[in-house]
Design a protein around this ligand. Structure first.
Ligand SMILES: Nc1ncnc2c1ncn2[C@@H]1O[C@H](COP(=O)(O)OP(=O)(O)OP(=O)(O)O)[C@@H](O)[C@H]1O
Length: 341
């Protein structure tokens, strides 16, 4: 039985749930705490100038339900009354949203908090085990997602609650390990001199890796698009793309293993983000699993930690719905990010 702490918000239903990505926004309405979320078609953020217009056209014009609360997961720092979204021109202005859309409450969460919440909400239908192991039910979990950027979140259980942790873990330094890494790393584009995680493990990062490998071998790069590189890599039709994909998978495995060490993530490692789903066959390889577990002196512990790919296309929506239904089950600090009319 979860304890209700002072400060747990009580949400007024119907609740409009939104997962706002750089490219796509996904919305659903939860009529009450017992019902399943009613989903609406995915919206391309580029199709609307403002989030209010998108919600009006994509949700409110399609239903007679009038949401009272909205809970939005956004990529970007939540500070003050104007939230600038990373990789998307929308600005979330909660006070304006309440007025325009007739809402009484607005809550904003970080996108990787929502990803972390989704791990609790998903069952076997939305998760695919890609490395063996047994998740200890109450132990910490890590979520990482290569997409437009590299997102990292954590989930810990404490004081009878699941507590999602947002982070900037995608920006930590990454180093070479093999002889080949030492040859290629000097050719990877840096950010202020650093090979940070996002220089390698995201769409742009895959292109960086591919170019660095081509430069190391004195070859002319021919691809500019991450999808071209991953498909040529998966099909082994281009040797530079194939090595770039292999290196991407190895680095992602090492990074996932490092994060699991940081959190002692005996509850499992969860991969999300657009790219993980696209390169799933490569992630199911021994290359990935070995890289996750190659953590002397803790290889034996690492071998017990399972890795899952989150395959549900709307996992964060389910995570937010679980939170909206029973906020007292989750330790989500909303001070500074809840607005009331
Ligand atoms: N087949 C693919 N292989 C590798 N990278 C891909 C592939 N398809 C898309 N990408 C890259 O994935 C990134 C988009 O990732 P994702 O779909 O997770 O987007 P997001 O911005 O994180 O979230 P959202 O789609 O909700 O806006 C882009 O950099 C894109 O170039």
């Amino acid at each position: 039985m979860a304890l209700r702490f002072e400060g747990d918000p009580v949400f007024q239903f119907p609740v409009l749930i939104g997962d706002i990505g750089g490219t796509n926004a996904r919305f659903a309405i939860l009529v009450d705490a017992q019902s399943e979320p009613r989903e609406f078609p995915t919206i391309q953020t580029a199709d609307f100038e403002t989030i209010e217009e998108a919600i009006q056209a994509g949700v409110l014009d399609k239903t007679s339900l009038q949401p009272r609360t909205t809970i939005l997961a956004v990529a970007g720092p939540i500070k003050g009354d104007e939230i600038d979204l990373t990789n998307c021109p929308w600005v979330v202005r909660p006070n304006e949203m309440m007025q325009t859309l007739g809402l009484t409450q607005v809550v904003t969460l970080n996108d990787f908090e929502a990803q972390a919440l989704s791990v609790i909400a998903l069952d076997d239908n939305g998760l695919e085990k890609i490395a063996a192991g047994e998740a200890l039910p109450m132990s910490p979990r890590v979520v990482l997602g290569p997409g437009t950027g590299l997102g990292v979140g954590g989930l810990v259980h404490s004081a009878h609650k699941w507590i999602p942790l947002a982070s900037e873990g995608g920006h930590i330094d990454i180093g070479p390990r093999s002889k080949r890494d030492y040859a290629v790393f000097p050719n990877i584009e840096t950010i202020e001199g650093r090979v940070a995680g996002e220089q390698i493990m995201c769409g742009r990062g895959l292109v960086n890796l591919y170019r660095a490998i081509a430069k190391t071998d004195g070859k002319e790069p021919t691809f500019n698009d991450p999808a071209e590189i991953s498909s040529a890599g998966l099909e082994r039709t281009d040797s530079v793309a194939a090595e770039a994909l292999d290196m991407f998978v190895t680095q992602l495995g090492r990074f996932a293993g490092d994060l699991a060490l940081v959190f002692m993530a005996r509850g499992g490692i969860y991969l999300t983000g657009g790219i993980a789903q696209k390169i799933l066959p490569a992630l199911k390889s021994e290359r990935f699993t070995l890289a996750v577990r190659d953590k002397a002196p803790h290889s034996a512990m690492m071998a017990k930690i399972p890795v899952y790919a989150i395959t549900h296309p709307r996992a964060p929506v389910l995570g937010l719905a679980a939170y909206a239904r029973t906020p007292q089950r989750f330790g989500v600090e909303v001070s500074g990010r809840i607005w009331r009319a």
